[in-house]
Design a protein around this ligand. Structure first.
Ligand SMILES: Nc1ncnc2c1ncn2[C@@H]1O[C@H](COP(=O)(O)OP(=O)(O)OP(=O)(O)O)[C@@H](O)[C@H]1O
Length: 262
């Protein structure tokens, strides 16, 4: 059994259909998972389930030993760091980056009357530096680029020192240089001594950072395959998942995929 996250026969039903369909999935401590699949496959729904932000219609979700629905989800939230564009869009543009990260300790998006000590300040600045945006700490959220926003969002998600870090399409919208720099930061994070268990959602094999250990392939709400990266990430599986014949190549710890030329 996964000691971090366990989904047992989990179904989410919306609009008369199963958008997550009888999913079994287990994440153990120290594993770093990629959820890969086409548009509408159910990736965001899975990450929302993993973050106790969405409840299953049927089946069981267990996070850090607590069964969702039988425990107070708001007590689980500080243990789960979540970075997503949806969360970024709730941060006021006038908020300074230092506060954007500090407020992550309380799971709020606007600095109000929370109390922070010197250790919190140092941690926020340290996390911004780890994500390569330390020199921007006093800038406002509205004044930074979309790539920088992604980095700040991850620093914010790390602020409460979570047991699990969930990243919903962290490289979406980044240019090639921005994506590769982010891949480098995530590789460093993944190899860190105190790295949390991680789950990253993407549509693209090029956005799988080095150091990620497992892949869950999803299509139409159903798991096609899941397990160690090298076992699951094959041209055949990828072609099946995206509905087009693809050739997968591995260079070092990174992947690329192209349409198969016949
Ligand atoms: N509240 C809802 N009511 C009806 N359908 C929904 C609802 N929420 C999500 N869906 C549908 O469920 C499916 C899975 O959505 P989800 O956002 O999890 O997919 P995704 O794999 O993250 O997609 P994308 O890659 O495009 O972001 C989609 O077809 C979506 O339209």
């Amino acid at each position: 059994m996964g000691d971090v996250l366990e989904l047992q026969q989990v179904t989410v039903r919306r609009g008369g259909r199963n958008i997550v369909d009888h999913v079994d999935w287990s994440v153990s401590e120290g594993e770093r998972w990629v959820i890969l699949g086409p548009n509408g496959a159910g990736k965001t729904s899975l990450i929302q389930l993993a973050g106790a932000r969405l409840f299953p219609t049927t089946g069981n979700v267990t996070i850090l030993g607590e069964t969702v629905g039988k425990t107070n989800a708001s007590e689980l939230h500080p243990l789960i760091g979540l970075a997503s564009s949806a969360l970024d869009s709730r941060i006021p543009g006038s908020e300074r980056l230092h506060d954007v990260v500090r407020t992550g300790a309380y799971g709020v998006t606007v600095h109000w009357r929370e109390k922070y000590d010197e250790e919190d300040d140092m941690r926020a600045r340290g996390l911004l530096a780890t994500m390569g945006v330390g020199e921007l700490a006093d800038r406002t959220f509205a004044s930074i680029s979309s790539g920088e926003k992604k980095r700040v969002g991850i620093a914010r998600a790390l602020m409460p020192d979570p047991e699990i870090l969930l990243l919903d399409e962290p490289a979406a919208g980044l240019d090639l240089g921005g994506r590769e720099e982010l891949m480098g930061s995530l590789k460093t994070l993944a190899h860190g001594d105190f790295a949390p268990s991680m789950v990253l959602v993407t549509h693209h094999v090029e956005e799988i950072p080095a150091g990620f250990t497992h892949v869950l392939l999803i299509k139409d709400g159903t798991v096609l395959d899941s397990g160690a990266v090298d076992d699951v990430l094959t041209s055949e599986n990828l072609s099946d998942c995206f509905g087009i014949k693809l050739d997968l190549e591995k260079t070092g710890e990174r992947y690329t995929a192209r349409a198969h030329l016949s």
